[in-house]
Design a protein around this ligand. Structure first.
Ligand code: PXG
Ligand code: PLP
Length: 436
């Protein structure tokens, strides 16, 4: 492909001119690997973009999608149903935390987040607490790119240009990243549970009667893998319950086995009121997201006249048959192959491997949980992010795909990863870091 052929496509979250000057084109994928357009094999250290949890090219998914498309390309999701939507909702409910038993389908994590915020606001109105409108996110949170999610998100470059249209009445809790106290933690860091207590300050400032929901990622992914300090999520749950505030876990990354449980909620033993998810729901094969709510929320909506629409919200492609087919096939693979349990089995090896990078030049932190890890580097003076991005580029040249988040290399391989792949991934990354 020459430069001209690349121009029309405005690429998302990409330095377009830099990319188009020296493109990185993936042409094929199978199992743990991608192949580039010029035939180079690349070991996938990020499950595509945190989504291909069962590994690439699963024939069960391909066949289910093909069959579904042949049977019925599309069915309107408003006022009409199709069997696979109900089947998938039941399959999601089966692996969701107990009591979280209703599922609203969308097409992405971003849509799941904005949907969850709308549900939270209307829930309080229906309960006669319509003053509960304020939303609370967290610094360094990522909740997708729609306006609600952008507002509750805590990443400056994602918000700056759109400041005037940010949703009003949003505050942010402090993030939990504390290198001084927690650097090189294995699993959950020791220090920082007290940071959840900042919710009390916001309650003291606004009064609980004005606060609708708190949204956090159990493990912040996009901003460089921030594992929750021991006791932090429990404390947040306690305070939300005390003040009648809904707790939303954004599990777009932590959902579907990444932590070693179906959801982070189960892994960390904290049940939120709402879960948002996407990515691993269809193994990344067809776009889809979902919002899972506890029974009490759904029941609260089911109280008006029977003939009335309860929630004026939904997408043309909510519960799209193709996506539902992909989701059903994906969840069946997770269950049949015991992939979530597999994470538990291989996580200690993964942990030892990533922590072997401690001591390499410029490495100021290594952290991990389940099958996710991050290596953080001392930034190059005057060029924040350059070291992380260069590491990504050099790693790609060396045959591994990792993700740059500022001066952090994030990794989240498919859950089918073998020890030999871990050796190759971390061995190669180590060489790249040494050569920087
Ligand atoms: N919430 C969370 C917690 C996410 O990680 C979204 C919402 C949005 O999902 P969609 O499907 O709308 O992209 C995400 C997505 C990265 C990276 O660099 C992470 C995501 C997306 C793109 C890049 O780590 N996560
Ligand atoms: N814009 C217009 C003009 C539409 O008609 C619709 C849906 O009918 C949308 C936006 C929303 O599209 P979607 O439902 O795919 O999110």
């Amino acid at each position: 492909m020459n430069r001209e052929d690349l121009e029309a496509h405005w690429m998302p979250f990409t330095a377009n001119r830099h990319f188009k000057a020296k493109p990185r084109i993936l042409a094929r994928a199978k199992g743990m690997h991608y192949w580039t357009d010029d035939g180079r094999q690349i070991l996938d250290g990020v499950a595509g973009l945190w989504c291909v949890n069962a590994g690439h090219g699963r024939p069960e998914i391909t066949n289910a999608v093909a069959k579904s498309l042949e049977e019925m390309d599309f069915a309107p999701p408003f006022n009409m149903g199709h069997p696979q939507a109900f089947a998938l909702a039941n399959a999601v409910k089966k692996i969701a935390p107990a009591g979280m038993d209703h599922v609203f389908f969308v097409n992405s994590g971003s849509e799941a987040v904005d949907t969850s915020l709308k549900i939270a606001l209307q829930y309080h109105r229906l309960k006669g607490e319509g003053t509960r409108t304020r939303l609370i996110g967290r610094e360094r949170g990522y909740h997708g790119v729609n306006l609600g999610g952008t507002t509750v998100g805590g990443m400056l470059p994602n918000r700056k240009a759109w400041s005037p249209v940010m949703v009003p009445g949003v505050d942010h809790l402090p993030h939990t990243h504390d290198l001084a106290k927690n650097a090189f933690s294995r699993g959950q860091p020791e220090h920082g549970a007290n940071l959840a207590g900042d919710l009390e300050k916001l309650v003291a400032l606004h009064d609980a009667s004005n606060i609708a929901a708190v949204i956090v990622e159990p493990i912040a992914g996009s901003t460089g893998v921030l594992v929750p300090p021991k006791g932090y999520l429990q404390k947040l749950r306690e305070l939300c319950t005390k003040h009648g505030i809904l707790l939303i876990f954004d599990e777009v990354i932590t959902g579907f086995g990444r932590t070693g449980s179906a959801f982070g909620a189960q892994e960390f033993g904290v049940t939120p009121d709402i879960i948002t998810c996407a990515k691993g729901l269809t193994n990344g094969s067809v776009p889809m997201g979902a919002v899972i709510v506890k029974k009490e929320i759904y029941d609260t909506f089911m109280t008006g006249p029977e003939g009335a629409i309860e929630l004026f919200h939904g997408y043309t492609y909510s519960s799209h048959p193709t996506a539902c087919a992909a989701g059903l096939a994906t969840l069946a693979i997770y269950e049949r192959d015991g992939l979530f349990q597999r994470v538990k089995e291989i996580a200690p090896y993964w942990q030892d491997a990533v922590h072997s990078l401690k001591g390499l030049p410029g490495v100021i932190d290594v952290r991990n949980y389940g099958l996710v890890a991050a290596i953080e580097y001392e930034p190059i003076a005057g060029s924040p992010g350059a070291r992380g991005f260069n590491t990504f580029l050099k790693a790609y040249d060396a045959g591994i795909l990792v993700r740059a988040a500022g001066d952090i290399t994030a990794m989240s391989p498919p859950l089918i990863i073998e020890k030999s792949h871990i050796d190759e991934l971390i061995g190669t990354l180590g060489k790249v870091i040494k050569a920087q």
